[in-house]
Design a protein around this ligand. Sequence first.
Ligand code: CTP
Ligand code: MG
Length: 237
Amino acid sequence: SRYTAIIPAAGIGRRMQSDIPKQYLTIAGKTLLEHCVNVFLCHPLIDHVVVVVHPNDAEAARLLSKDVHVITGGAQRADSVLAGVQYAQETLRSEWVLVHDAARPGINMALIDNLIATVKGTEGGILALPAVDTVKGASRKTQCATDDSDAVPTTIDKTLNRETIWLAQTPQMFKTAALQQALEYALSKKLQITDEASAMELMGVEVCLVEGTAENFKVTKPADLALAGFYISQKNN
Ligand code: CTP
Ligand code: MG
């Protein structure tokens, strides 16, 4: 097959602070995960949809469409994605994979069209947004002075050139075999990678940037749920 969507959904959503993992929270009658799955299931170029779930969530995942391949993930996002990529390579024999966060329910057909059209003649690419704010680099881990008046505020190391800054989204699209190799390498070296492109960059691959949209943001913190609901209501109008 040609194109397989992999949806990592094995996280626990610590920053969301909800009782259930954020991908199982409901907006407009469907979970965030279902919103994502449906877009890829409906896309005419996508041959298979693989959802990677936490072993504890296997029951919840059984509610998904019968057309979805459900497998179990690992401790880090990269472990979960690798499980999906191995499945796409060994079981589905898919040439390309598009990895998409379950926590980005604002994905739509046009974004997937643009990504595939732009990336299919290259080594790979991702959706991303050009930065609109001025971006500050800080040498220490962000820890804002709030109630503790004695806390030392974080300081700016340097201001980055905004023209060169893009914020990574998903889907991230790569040749299945190449991504498998890159993830296995990064994990074996215990390198910190928070997306697929980082693993490919380590292999020296040129990764294309395809402009995404604000609607495709990642639901991460409690306040994000209302915004996702707004965008989903716009999408269905
Ligand atoms: N993910 C995964 N396996 C993991 C960790 C994350 O499949 N071990 C998935 C999440 O379910 C999510 C996507 O990767 O769909 C993006 O990760 P993130 O937004 O960081 O989700 P969580 O890790 O669940 O949230 P947090 O970091 O706040 O705990
Ligand atoms: Mg996480």
